[in-house]
Design a protein around this ligand. Structure first.
Ligand code: FES
Length: 138
């Protein structure tokens, strides 16, 4: 058993980068207002939302910007506090659970950790905290 927030080991961790492939320092993301969902390039380059928490730290859970319906990317709507997919109208809660379909599954999540001002992203392989089950993507 690995507690949420712990690293899953040597395998698979990468450093968060911007769209040009430059490493993003944690301080850059943490300069954003609490509640910000910041898009970075995550595992295998997948666009991934990092969440700035109210206490100005990074949430240890990141959300992959890939709709579980047909794979569109989607924005965060701060007014509705939802991720809203423009393709067919799926909506997701802040934790990535489905609020409205046709999305069949919650958003894929990843582990996020900060070390020496670097942002480490690694695969989430333990229980999905939203469903209490094994992750559907493993
Ligand atoms: Fe997002 Fe269809 S791809 S609702």
């Amino acid at each position: 058993f690995i507690a949420p927030g712990e690293k899953t080991g040597e395998g698979g961790a990468i450093l968060a980068k911007d769209i040009l492939g430059n490493q993003i320092p944690a301080s850059q993301i943490l300069a954003e207002a609490p509640g910000t969902r910041a898009l970075v390039a995550g595992l295998a380059g997948e666009p991934t939302y990092l969440i700035v928490k109210e206490d100005n730290t990074l949430d240890h859970i990141g959300l992959v910007d890939n709709c579980t319906h047909l794979g569109c990317t989607f924005p965060w709507n701060p007014l509705d506090q939802q991720f809203q997919c423009p393709c067919h109208g799926s909506r997701y809660a802040p934790d990535g659970s489905v609020v409205r379909g046709p999305a069949p599954l919650p958003l894929k999540i990843v582990q996020v950790a900060v070390f020496n001002n670097s942002i480490l992203i690694s695969p989430w392989t333990e229980t999905d905290p939203r469903t209490g089950k094994n992750p559907w993507w493993v």
